[in-house]
Design a protein around this ligand. Sequence first.
Ligand code: PLP
Ligand code: COI
Length: 362
Amino acid sequence: TSGGTLEFAVTRNLAAKSTAEREKILANPGFGKYFTDHMVDICWSATGGWHRPRVQPYGPIPLDPSAAVLHYAQEIFEGLKAYRHADGSIWSFRPDANGRRMQRSARRLALPELPVEYFVESLRQIIAVDGSWVPSLPDTSLYLRPFMFAKEAFLGVRPAEKIAYYVIASPAGPYFPGGVNPVSIWLSTDYARAGKGGTGAAKTGGNYASSLLPQAEAAEHGCAQVLFLDSSEGTYLEELGGMNIVLVYKNGTIVTPESDSILEGITLDSVLQLARDRGLTVEQRRVTIDEWRDGVASGEVTEVFACGTAAVITPIAQLKSDGFTVGSADAPAGELTLSLRQELTDIQYGRLPDRHGWLTRL
Ligand code: PLP
Ligand code: COI
Protein backbone atom coordinates (compact mmCIF):
# COMPACT_ATOMS: atom_id res chain seq x y z
CA THR A 1 0.00 0.00 0.00
CA SER A 2 2.84 2.43 -0.48
CA GLY A 3 4.62 3.98 -3.38
CA GLY A 4 3.28 4.21 -6.90
CA THR A 5 1.00 6.93 -8.13
CA LEU A 6 -2.75 6.98 -8.13
CA GLU A 7 -4.70 7.78 -11.30
CA PHE A 8 -7.81 9.60 -10.20
CA ALA A 9 -10.91 9.21 -12.38
CA VAL A 10 -12.56 12.62 -12.55
CA THR A 11 -16.32 13.10 -12.89
CA ARG A 12 -17.18 16.78 -13.16
CA ASN A 13 -20.15 18.17 -11.25
CA LEU A 14 -22.57 19.35 -13.95
CA ALA A 15 -24.61 21.13 -11.29
CA ALA A 16 -21.60 23.04 -9.89
CA LYS A 17 -22.39 26.41 -8.33
CA SER A 18 -22.21 29.41 -10.64
CA THR A 19 -19.40 31.91 -10.21
CA ALA A 20 -21.89 34.38 -8.74
CA GLU A 21 -23.20 31.84 -6.20
CA ARG A 22 -19.67 30.87 -5.22
CA GLU A 23 -18.48 34.47 -4.89
CA LYS A 24 -21.43 35.22 -2.63
CA ILE A 25 -20.48 32.33 -0.31
CA LEU A 26 -16.78 33.26 -0.35
CA ALA A 27 -17.60 36.82 0.71
CA ASN A 28 -18.94 35.52 4.04
CA PRO A 29 -18.15 31.83 4.44
CA GLY A 30 -18.54 31.36 8.21
CA PHE A 31 -17.17 27.97 9.24
CA GLY A 32 -18.21 24.56 7.94
CA LYS A 33 -21.48 25.71 6.42
CA TYR A 34 -20.83 25.47 2.68
CA PHE A 35 -19.09 22.84 0.62
CA THR A 36 -17.33 22.90 -2.70
CA ASP A 37 -18.62 21.18 -5.85
CA HIS A 38 -16.51 18.03 -5.62
CA MET A 39 -15.16 15.43 -3.24
CA VAL A 40 -12.35 12.93 -3.50
CA ASP A 41 -12.57 9.31 -2.47
CA ILE A 42 -10.34 6.28 -2.37
CA CYS A 43 -11.49 2.77 -1.42
CA TRP A 44 -9.60 0.26 0.64
CA SER A 45 -10.27 -3.42 1.09
CA ALA A 46 -8.38 -6.06 3.02
CA THR A 47 -7.87 -7.99 -0.20
CA GLY A 48 -7.24 -5.14 -2.69
CA GLY A 49 -5.54 -2.42 -0.64
CA TRP A 50 -6.05 1.20 -1.82
CA HIS A 51 -7.93 1.38 -5.09
CA ARG A 52 -10.47 3.28 -7.22
CA PRO A 53 -9.30 6.84 -6.53
CA ARG A 54 -11.96 9.25 -7.75
CA VAL A 55 -12.95 12.88 -7.93
CA GLN A 56 -16.71 13.15 -8.12
CA PRO A 57 -19.54 15.62 -7.50
CA TYR A 58 -20.03 16.49 -3.82
CA GLY A 59 -23.08 14.62 -2.58
CA PRO A 60 -24.57 11.90 -0.38
CA ILE A 61 -22.54 8.76 0.28
CA PRO A 62 -24.40 5.48 -0.17
CA LEU A 63 -24.00 3.47 3.01
CA ASP A 64 -25.42 0.15 4.10
CA PRO A 65 -27.44 0.45 7.35
CA SER A 66 -25.16 -2.15 8.89
CA ALA A 67 -21.97 -0.28 7.91
CA ALA A 68 -19.61 -0.71 10.86
CA VAL A 69 -18.99 3.03 11.31
CA LEU A 70 -22.66 3.61 12.16
CA HIS A 71 -22.48 1.12 15.02
CA TYR A 72 -18.94 1.05 16.34
CA ALA A 73 -17.61 4.46 15.28
CA GLN A 74 -14.56 3.14 13.46
CA GLU A 75 -13.73 6.54 12.00
CA ILE A 76 -10.95 9.13 11.88
CA PHE A 77 -10.52 12.53 10.30
CA GLU A 78 -8.10 15.37 9.68
CA GLY A 79 -8.42 19.12 9.32
CA LEU A 80 -6.11 21.52 7.49
CA LYS A 81 -6.41 24.58 5.34
CA ALA A 82 -5.54 25.76 1.85
CA TYR A 83 -4.43 29.40 1.71
CA ARG A 84 -4.46 31.73 -1.27
CA HIS A 85 -1.32 33.85 -1.55
CA ALA A 86 -1.25 37.33 -3.05
CA ASP A 87 -0.09 35.97 -6.43
CA GLY A 88 -3.14 33.66 -6.56
CA SER A 89 -1.22 30.43 -5.82
CA ILE A 90 -2.69 27.93 -3.34
CA TRP A 91 -0.70 26.42 -0.48
CA SER A 92 -1.28 24.12 2.44
CA PHE A 93 0.51 24.13 5.77
CA ARG A 94 2.47 21.02 6.81
CA PRO A 95 0.11 18.57 5.06
CA ASP A 96 2.65 15.79 5.55
CA ALA A 97 2.24 16.24 9.32
CA ASN A 98 -1.52 15.82 8.97
CA GLY A 99 -0.93 12.76 6.78
CA ARG A 100 1.32 11.20 9.42
CA ARG A 101 -1.13 12.04 12.20
CA MET A 102 -3.88 10.38 10.20
CA GLN A 103 -1.70 7.26 10.04
CA ARG A 104 -1.30 7.33 13.84
CA SER A 105 -5.05 7.77 14.25
CA ALA A 106 -5.61 4.91 11.81
CA ARG A 107 -3.40 2.59 13.84
CA ARG A 108 -5.34 3.32 17.02
CA LEU A 109 -8.71 2.79 15.32
CA ALA A 110 -7.57 -0.39 13.52
CA LEU A 111 -7.96 1.35 10.16
CA PRO A 112 -5.54 1.05 7.22
CA GLU A 113 -2.77 3.64 6.95
CA LEU A 114 -3.11 5.82 3.87
CA PRO A 115 0.39 6.52 2.49
CA VAL A 116 1.30 10.18 3.11
CA GLU A 117 1.91 10.71 -0.63
CA TYR A 118 -1.66 9.58 -1.35
CA PHE A 119 -2.94 11.91 1.37
CA VAL A 120 -1.17 14.93 -0.14
CA GLU A 121 -2.18 13.88 -3.66
CA SER A 122 -5.84 13.69 -2.56
CA LEU A 123 -5.59 17.34 -1.45
CA ARG A 124 -4.07 18.31 -4.79
CA GLN A 125 -6.93 16.55 -6.57
CA ILE A 126 -9.63 18.50 -4.77
CA ILE A 127 -7.78 21.78 -5.34
CA ALA A 128 -7.36 20.90 -9.04
CA VAL A 129 -11.15 20.88 -9.48
CA ASP A 130 -12.25 23.28 -6.74
CA GLY A 131 -9.32 25.72 -6.51
CA SER A 132 -11.67 28.60 -7.30
CA TRP A 133 -13.26 27.93 -3.89
CA VAL A 134 -10.14 29.06 -2.02
CA PRO A 135 -11.19 32.52 -0.83
CA SER A 136 -8.90 35.52 -0.91
CA LEU A 137 -10.31 37.83 1.77
CA PRO A 138 -8.08 38.38 4.83
CA ASP A 139 -8.10 35.45 7.30
CA THR A 140 -10.13 33.21 5.01
CA SER A 141 -9.09 29.84 3.63
CA LEU A 142 -10.47 26.60 2.27
CA TYR A 143 -10.80 24.12 5.13
CA LEU A 144 -9.93 20.60 3.96
CA ARG A 145 -11.52 17.69 5.76
CA PRO A 146 -10.06 14.27 4.93
CA PHE A 147 -11.85 11.41 6.71
CA MET A 148 -11.90 7.65 6.73
CA PHE A 149 -14.52 5.22 7.95
CA ALA A 150 -15.54 1.57 8.10
CA LYS A 151 -18.14 0.94 5.42
CA GLU A 152 -18.25 -2.83 5.57
CA ALA A 153 -21.78 -4.15 6.11
CA PHE A 154 -21.28 -6.45 9.07
CA LEU A 155 -22.40 -6.36 12.70
CA GLY A 156 -19.60 -8.38 14.25
CA VAL A 157 -17.18 -6.34 16.28
CA ARG A 158 -13.82 -6.49 14.49
CA PRO A 159 -11.85 -4.16 12.23
CA ALA A 160 -13.82 -3.67 9.02
CA GLU A 161 -12.38 -5.02 5.80
CA LYS A 162 -13.90 -2.35 3.58
CA ILE A 163 -12.97 1.25 4.23
CA ALA A 164 -13.66 4.54 2.52
CA TYR A 165 -11.41 7.60 2.52
CA TYR A 166 -12.85 10.94 1.44
CA VAL A 167 -11.82 14.57 1.23
CA ILE A 168 -14.39 17.35 1.31
CA ALA A 169 -13.67 21.07 1.39
CA SER A 170 -15.42 24.02 2.97
CA PRO A 171 -14.58 27.72 2.61
CA ALA A 172 -13.77 29.16 6.03
CA GLY A 173 -13.67 32.46 7.85
CA PRO A 174 -13.04 32.67 11.60
CA TYR A 175 -14.18 29.65 13.67
CA PHE A 176 -15.46 31.85 16.49
CA PRO A 177 -18.05 34.47 15.50
CA GLY A 178 -16.00 37.18 17.26
CA GLY A 179 -12.91 36.42 15.15
CA VAL A 180 -9.75 37.07 17.14
CA ASN A 181 -11.63 38.56 20.11
CA PRO A 182 -10.76 36.82 23.38
CA VAL A 183 -13.11 34.00 24.40
CA SER A 184 -14.24 32.53 27.72
CA ILE A 185 -13.60 28.88 28.49
CA TRP A 186 -15.66 26.55 30.68
CA LEU A 187 -13.87 24.03 32.86
CA SER A 188 -15.77 20.76 32.86
CA THR A 189 -15.57 19.05 36.24
CA ASP A 190 -18.17 16.36 35.57
CA TYR A 191 -16.82 15.01 32.31
CA ALA A 192 -13.51 13.94 30.82
CA ARG A 193 -12.68 13.77 27.14
CA ALA A 194 -10.35 10.80 27.13
CA GLY A 195 -8.69 8.41 29.52
CA LYS A 196 -5.40 6.60 29.87
CA GLY A 197 -4.99 4.07 27.10
CA GLY A 198 -8.06 5.43 25.31
CA THR A 199 -8.35 7.23 22.00
CA GLY A 200 -7.58 10.77 23.19
CA ALA A 201 -4.52 11.16 20.98
CA ALA A 202 -6.38 10.02 17.86
CA LYS A 203 -8.51 12.33 15.76
CA THR A 204 -11.59 10.17 15.90
CA GLY A 205 -15.25 11.14 15.96
CA GLY A 206 -15.93 9.52 19.34
CA ASN A 207 -13.71 12.04 21.13
CA TYR A 208 -15.84 14.83 19.69
CA ALA A 209 -19.11 13.01 20.42
CA SER A 210 -18.12 12.79 24.08
CA SER A 211 -17.26 16.50 24.11
CA LEU A 212 -20.70 17.64 22.89
CA LEU A 213 -22.55 17.50 26.20
CA PRO A 214 -19.83 19.34 28.17
CA GLN A 215 -19.48 21.74 25.22
CA ALA A 216 -23.22 22.46 25.46
CA GLU A 217 -22.73 23.06 29.19
CA ALA A 218 -19.96 25.52 28.31
CA ALA A 219 -22.28 27.34 25.90
CA GLU A 220 -24.96 27.57 28.62
CA HIS A 221 -22.40 29.39 30.75
CA GLY A 222 -21.58 31.77 27.92
CA CYS A 223 -18.30 30.05 27.07
CA ALA A 224 -16.94 29.33 23.60
CA GLN A 225 -15.13 26.09 24.43
CA VAL A 226 -14.88 23.47 27.13
CA LEU A 227 -11.60 22.67 28.91
CA PHE A 228 -10.94 19.09 29.95
CA LEU A 229 -8.72 17.87 32.76
CA ASP A 230 -7.07 14.46 33.00
CA SER A 231 -9.59 11.75 33.72
CA SER A 232 -7.83 9.96 36.56
CA GLU A 233 -7.08 12.82 38.95
CA GLY A 234 -9.04 15.74 37.51
CA THR A 235 -5.98 17.89 38.20
CA TYR A 236 -3.95 18.34 35.04
CA LEU A 237 -4.86 20.39 31.98
CA GLU A 238 -5.53 18.39 28.83
CA GLU A 239 -7.04 20.44 26.03
CA LEU A 240 -10.19 22.12 24.81
CA GLY A 241 -12.95 20.38 22.87
CA GLY A 242 -11.24 21.19 19.58
CA MET A 243 -8.01 23.02 20.36
CA ASN A 244 -4.78 22.83 22.32
CA ILE A 245 -3.99 25.24 25.11
CA VAL A 246 -0.96 27.41 25.92
CA LEU A 247 -0.05 29.52 28.96
CA VAL A 248 2.36 32.44 28.71
CA TYR A 249 4.36 33.43 31.79
CA LYS A 250 5.44 36.92 32.81
CA ASN A 251 9.05 36.12 31.85
CA GLY A 252 7.95 34.98 28.36
CA THR A 253 8.11 31.23 29.09
CA ILE A 254 5.53 29.24 27.13
CA VAL A 255 3.92 26.27 28.86
CA THR A 256 1.66 23.67 27.30
CA PRO A 257 0.31 20.43 28.76
CA GLU A 258 2.07 17.14 28.12
CA SER A 259 -0.32 14.20 27.98
CA ASP A 260 -0.72 11.05 25.95
CA SER A 261 -4.48 11.54 25.77
CA ILE A 262 -4.56 14.82 23.85
CA LEU A 263 -4.31 15.52 20.14
CA GLU A 264 -0.82 16.46 18.98
CA GLY A 265 -1.74 19.74 17.34
CA ILE A 266 0.20 20.83 14.29
CA THR A 267 -0.64 24.45 15.03
CA LEU A 268 0.69 23.97 18.57
CA ASP A 269 3.89 22.37 17.33
CA SER A 270 4.40 25.26 14.89
CA VAL A 271 3.70 27.93 17.51
CA LEU A 272 6.17 26.33 19.91
CA GLN A 273 8.79 26.39 17.15
CA LEU A 274 8.13 30.08 16.45
CA ALA A 275 8.47 30.79 20.18
CA ARG A 276 11.77 28.88 20.36
CA ASP A 277 12.98 30.82 17.30
CA ARG A 278 12.41 33.98 19.32
CA GLY A 279 14.59 32.63 22.10
CA LEU A 280 11.67 31.97 24.44
CA THR A 281 11.71 28.99 26.78
CA VAL A 282 9.14 26.35 25.89
CA GLU A 283 7.98 23.79 28.44
CA GLN A 284 5.83 20.80 27.54
CA ARG A 285 4.96 19.27 30.88
CA ARG A 286 2.10 18.46 33.17
CA VAL A 287 0.24 21.61 34.20
CA THR A 288 -2.28 21.67 37.01
CA ILE A 289 -5.46 23.68 36.89
CA ASP A 290 -4.26 25.46 40.04
CA GLU A 291 -1.14 26.60 38.21
CA TRP A 292 -3.41 28.45 35.78
CA ARG A 293 -5.78 29.74 38.44
CA ASP A 294 -3.12 30.90 40.89
CA GLY A 295 -0.82 32.08 38.10
CA VAL A 296 -3.41 34.47 36.70
CA ALA A 297 -4.30 35.67 40.21
CA SER A 298 -0.67 36.40 41.09
CA GLY A 299 0.20 37.88 37.71
CA GLU A 300 2.71 35.09 36.92
CA VAL A 301 0.57 33.86 34.01
CA THR A 302 0.00 36.83 31.75
CA GLU A 303 -1.66 35.30 28.67
CA VAL A 304 -3.53 32.14 27.77
CA PHE A 305 -4.47 31.10 24.27
CA ALA A 306 -6.08 28.29 22.32
CA CYS A 307 -4.60 27.01 19.08
CA GLY A 308 -5.69 24.74 16.27
CA THR A 309 -6.36 24.75 12.56
CA ALA A 310 -9.90 26.07 12.95
CA ALA A 311 -9.14 28.42 15.86
CA VAL A 312 -5.72 29.50 14.53
CA ILE A 313 -4.58 31.28 17.72
CA THR A 314 -7.44 32.57 19.84
CA PRO A 315 -6.85 34.53 23.05
CA ILE A 316 -8.56 33.24 26.19
CA ALA A 317 -9.82 36.02 28.43
CA GLN A 318 -11.47 34.02 31.14
CA LEU A 319 -11.77 30.57 32.67
CA LYS A 320 -15.04 29.76 34.40
CA SER A 321 -16.24 26.81 36.42
CA ASP A 322 -18.66 25.93 39.18
CA GLY A 323 -17.54 28.15 42.03
CA PHE A 324 -14.69 30.12 40.46
CA THR A 325 -13.79 32.52 37.68
CA VAL A 326 -10.28 33.39 36.58
CA GLY A 327 -9.60 36.52 34.54
CA SER A 328 -12.29 38.78 33.18
CA ALA A 329 -14.41 38.42 30.07
CA ASP A 330 -13.32 41.77 28.69
CA ALA A 331 -9.58 41.24 29.17
CA PRO A 332 -7.74 42.31 26.02
CA ALA A 333 -5.82 39.84 23.86
CA GLY A 334 -2.25 39.26 25.04
CA GLU A 335 0.63 40.85 23.17
CA LEU A 336 2.61 37.67 22.59
CA THR A 337 -0.59 35.82 21.61
CA LEU A 338 -1.31 38.38 18.92
CA SER A 339 2.24 38.58 17.67
CA LEU A 340 2.57 34.77 17.39
CA ARG A 341 -0.76 34.69 15.58
CA GLN A 342 0.47 37.38 13.21
CA GLU A 343 3.72 35.56 12.50
CA LEU A 344 2.03 32.20 11.96
CA THR A 345 -0.59 33.60 9.59
CA ASP A 346 2.02 35.70 7.78
CA ILE A 347 3.88 32.47 7.01
CA GLN A 348 0.70 30.62 6.04
CA TYR A 349 -0.42 33.40 3.68
CA GLY A 350 3.05 33.83 2.17
CA ARG A 351 3.68 37.28 3.65
CA LEU A 352 6.81 36.10 5.48
CA PRO A 353 9.51 33.70 4.27
CA ASP A 354 8.72 30.03 4.92
CA ARG A 355 11.95 29.44 6.85
CA HIS A 356 10.94 26.01 8.16
CA GLY A 357 9.71 24.65 4.83
CA TRP A 358 6.17 24.31 6.16
CA LEU A 359 4.29 25.22 2.99
CA THR A 360 3.35 22.81 0.21
CA ARG A 361 1.94 24.09 -3.04
CA LEU A 362 -1.30 22.35 -3.96
N1 PLP B 1 -7.10 19.28 19.86
C1 PLP B 1 -8.27 18.90 19.33
C2 PLP B 1 -9.18 18.09 20.15
C3 PLP B 1 -8.59 19.27 18.01
O1 PLP B 1 -9.73 18.90 17.45
C4 PLP B 1 -7.67 20.06 17.27
C5 PLP B 1 -7.98 20.48 15.90
O2 PLP B 1 -7.68 19.83 14.96
C6 PLP B 1 -6.47 20.42 17.88
C7 PLP B 1 -6.22 20.02 19.17
C8 PLP B 1 -5.43 21.22 17.14
O3 PLP B 1 -4.82 20.48 16.13
P1 PLP B 1 -4.26 21.16 14.83
O4 PLP B 1 -3.45 22.33 15.27
O5 PLP B 1 -3.45 20.13 14.16
O6 PLP B 1 -5.43 21.58 14.03
C1 COI C 1 -9.68 21.64 13.43
O1 COI C 1 -9.24 22.65 13.97
O2 COI C 1 -9.30 21.30 12.30
C2 COI C 1 -10.66 20.78 14.08
O3 COI C 1 -10.86 19.71 13.66
C3 COI C 1 -11.35 21.27 15.27
C4 COI C 1 -12.79 21.54 15.13
C5 COI C 1 -13.11 22.54 16.22
C6 COI C 1 -13.28 22.02 13.82
